[in-house]
Design a protein around this ligand. Structure first.
Ligand SMILES: *Cc1c(COP(=O)(O)O)cnc(C)c1O
Length: 231
């Protein structure tokens, strides 16, 4: 299988999941998660038409940003330290991993300084796994209210990293829950500008996530193959 075959087959799975759930493929963004992979591989996927790439390290994202076409939308999907925010705000398309007020406040401050508005998602640890970052489901509404009033930040939706499971059906409950939290936020808002984005689903479970309302799926292994962290 070439990278192009992988990419096409993921897109085909997305199309089928949309058909099963009565959704429109135009409403799903496939983010190619390219962490640890060389720019040559990203360029191949770019040449297939992909414009959304996901990285989890600031330095790696910036290096790739510098070396690849400027119409790429870069998604920061990994845990972000406040001291690295300044390198990122004017390069990243969306930050998926806002999990503390301190981080949100720093993004806001740097965004004001650079005169940009940064799109963010709030990371929710819906499965309440000890090892994962993210706020709890219970905190989500009040956290949204705190962050959404900060200047130069646009809270567009929610993100979760579901547990690693053998059977993707086990994660359906978490996707349902994140979807519900998004509806809760939207229904308490007086204005209607909340975009209700849902970043959920990875190689093992993106079809299920789409059936439950994902607008952004983050697929790494399914496109680029397994990762070797040793290099
Ligand atoms: C690495 C990563 C992914 C992609 O994982 P795969 O299982 O390889 O598809 C998705 N989301 C986040 C936050 C990641 O760190």
């Amino acid at each position: 299988m070439t990278l192009q075959d992988n990419y096409n087959s993921v897109n085909n799975e997305i199309k089928m999941a949309c058909e099963r759930s009565g959704r429109n493929t135009d409403d799903i963004v496939l983010i190619a998660v390219s962490k640890t992979k060389p720019v040559e591989m990203l360029q191949q996927i770019y040449d297939c038409g992909c414009r959304d790439f996901g990285e989890n390290k600031v330095q790696e994202l910036i290096d790739k940003y510098d070396r690849l076409p400027k119409d790429i939308r870069w998604h920061m999907i990994g845990h972000l330290q406040t001291n690295k925010v300044k390198y990122l705000v004017d390069k990243v398309y969306m930050i998926h991993s806002v999990d503390s007020y301190k981080l949100a406040n720093e993004i806001s401050k740097e965004a004001v300084k650079k005169g940009v508005t940064v799109k963010v998602l709030l990371e929710v640890n819906v499965a309440e796994e000890e090892s994962k970052f993210g706020i709890t489901s219970k905190e989500t509404l009040s956290f949204y209210n705190e962050v959404s009033v900060l200047p130069n930040i646009e809270v567009c939706g929610l993100m979760t990293i579901a547990p690693y499971v053998e059977n993707c059906e086990e994660n359906r409950q978490y996707f349902v829950k994140l979807h519900q939290l998004n509806i809760d936020i939207a229904s308490q808002k007086k204005d209607n500008d909340y975009r209700k984005l849902l970043s959920m689903g990875m190689t093992g479970d993106y079809q299920v996530a789409i059936e439950e309302g994902a607008t952004h799926v983050r697929v790494g292994t399914g496109i680029f193959g397994t990762r070797n962290y040793a290099i």
